[in-house]
Design a protein around this ligand. Structure first.
Ligand SMILES: C[S@@+](CC[C@H](N)C(=O)[O-])C[C@H]1O[C@@H](n2cnc3c(N)ncnc32)[C@H](O)[C@@H]1O
Length: 275
């Protein structure tokens, strides 16, 4: 089934490319492979959601969250990297020697990505395992992952970036229950949308526009969590250590010394859970 890419995954890939094009160096992330996979029409920079100034805070938040998780993989020296809702992530192409990368995504968009990787001569080498799963379909995604070679006895870093808002809370709870059973010293970094009323007041109109845009594209945001709620869910799942990383923490780590206006919009937090 080759239905084309998921529109939300295209948006984050284009923002990562725009970061390299319009923001001053040093870049938090150098990723122009995602945009090459999408191969959008020449006018993609004129999309309302790509305006370099108005969308800077969202672009900043997206590149900071990706950089945060990739830094974690390197700092912790973990050899298995599992991406839930991987979309157009390109870690496997940018760092082919760093880890075995398992990408879970919906079957249709993932089949499209496989074809594009082949078109661009990246292919799907041994260090990249594409595992087609629809989290809402009630299938045994854990068995599919193990079938793809995921080693349950080895540590893993799991990234779930920009996914929990698109799936039911039940699916997220089931996912965290599963992941809590990973090998000791594994880590889950899962982003989640705060209820918009908890975002900084200045970010709320933009978040409401993004929410409306997501709905209009057929990928509505259906799940929001308070930090306390998601921390409790992860604790109940059995993780040994559970922390909340706010946008402000990401910004002070990655954006504080910048000479341009790039900043990170509030509204999305990160759950950091360790087995
Ligand atoms: C906003 S994109 C994020 C992509 C990537 N993680 C990033 O940060 O750029 C959301 C991703 O979640 C995936 N997704 C949404 N619903 C899903 C489901 N029910 N099962 C599996 N993947 C899903 C989409 O296909 C898409 O790739």
């Amino acid at each position: 089934m080759d239905v084309g890419p998921d529109s939300s995954a295209v948006r984050t890939a284009l923002w990562r490319a725009l970061h390299v094009e319009v923001d001053a160096p040093p870049h938090l992330l150098d990723d122009e492979i995602g945009v090459a996979l999408v191969a959008p029409d020449e006018g993609w920079r004129d999309r309302p959601d790509m305006h370099p100034i108005g969308t800077g805070p969202y672009r900043g938040a997206i590149v900071a969250r990706t950089r945060f998780v990739e830094d974690l993989l390197v700092e912790e020296g973990i050899g298995q990297y599992l991406l839930l809702g991987a979309g157009l992530d390109t870690f496997a192409q940018r760092h082919p020697d760093r880890a075995t990368v398992f990408e879970i995504d919906q079957p249709g968009p993932q089949a499209w990505k496989r074809r594009r990787l082949e078109d661009l001569d990246y292919g799907v080498p041994a260090h990249l395992r594409l595992v087609p799963v629809d989290f809402e379909a009630g299938e045994d995604w854990w068995a599919a992952l193990v079938g793809a070679g995921f080693d349950l006895s080895a540590r893993a870093l799991v990234s779930s970036s920009g996914v929990s808002m698109y799936i039911s809370k039940e699916a997220t709870i089931e996912t965290l229950d599963r992941l809590a059973g990973m090998a000791p010293r594994s880590i889950v970094a899962m982003t989640f949308m705060l209820p918009i009323g908890l975002a900084d007041e200045s970010d709320r109109p933009g978040l409401e526009r993004a929410r409306d845009g997501a709905e209009a594209s057929g990928t509505p945001w259906i799940s929001f969590f308070t930090p306390e709620e998601i921390v409790t869910i992860a604790g109940d799942a059995g993780f040994v250590q559970v922390d909340y990383v706010s946008t402000q923490e990401l910004a002070s780590r990655y954006l504080a010394d910048r000479t341009d206006e790039l900043r990170a919009a509030s509204g999305e937090g990160i759950l950091l859970a360790r087995t």
